[in-house]
Design a protein around this ligand. Sequence first.
Ligand code: ZN
Length: 347
Amino acid sequence: MSTMDARRFKLVDMHCHLDRMCNAADVAREAAARGIGIFCATVTPQDAILAQKTFANCENVRVGVGLHPWWVANDRVLARAGTRGEASADNRISTGVDSDGALIAHGQTPARPNACGPADAPAHSVDAGTRIFTGTEGERPTNIASQSSTAGNLCSCTECTLDSVDAICRVANLAAASPYIGEVGLDFSPAHVQTRSMQLEAFERIVRTCAENPCGARVVSIHAVRAAREALDILERHALTRSATCVFHWFSGTSDDFLRLRRLGCCVSVNNRMLATRRGREYARQMPADRLLLETDAPGQFDAPYSASELEASLMRTLCALARLRGADEHELASRIAQASAGLLRL
Ligand SMILES: [Zn+2]
């Protein structure tokens, strides 16, 4: 990446659920016209495969291979039930997939608070419905799409899961070949702690796979709620911070965790909601300038329409607040963060 290329992007959203906006392709195009780069964090490996196709021609978008901790148990529940979307009540109770204890079929979304960062706020249910594929249809082999054929059990259709190995295997297969990973991580907040062991298994498997399959400058976008210590333990155990840029999205851990992530050379991507808390502001103030990034974690509601102007406004609000907090010049801060982000995403 040359400096000149990096300057094409005045803002980069390092954690955005672009693929879960029902008008995603339009938003991506509009963002490109506004000079906005986007790391598209996905929540399941199936979504990652779809998003790779949707955004294959979008030069301003990079798609992360993800398995969000809230979605980690979904496929296993279905696999145990043996039939798509018709798990038994026993499965429902014993696995407690979403915060309301309801079973979530593949293609549906667990109840989601305003965003998927720190989930301490009361969740309000989101009617996920069926995903709408908004992408263009051309044949564009990508790392992920081409791997789907070699892996044999990966499928790019929107509904297939039961013939496949479970989501943890699928995400690990995809992650091995992808330079962009996310959203992955751990969430031990009350609504999600019941899947703790499965979350640990998934995150450790993904981290280990990435460490064993280095691929240039990898970027990993990490969700850690009430679990930053465990997330850092796993990253450290596999020395992933040596071969990848590990970005804690909306960091909300303890000050000990914060010191530790800084020592390990991790980054933090900051959004408006992180700056709404005193602790969040303090972390954003103290983070070394070269490891401070911007994000939106948009949209607040999955599978609803969104716009690039809303992304831009959110990023600008965060940027202004950061500049104020740090006593920095806004333009200087903006261009430094944009160039660092563009470098990470090879934009
Ligand atoms: Zn997210």
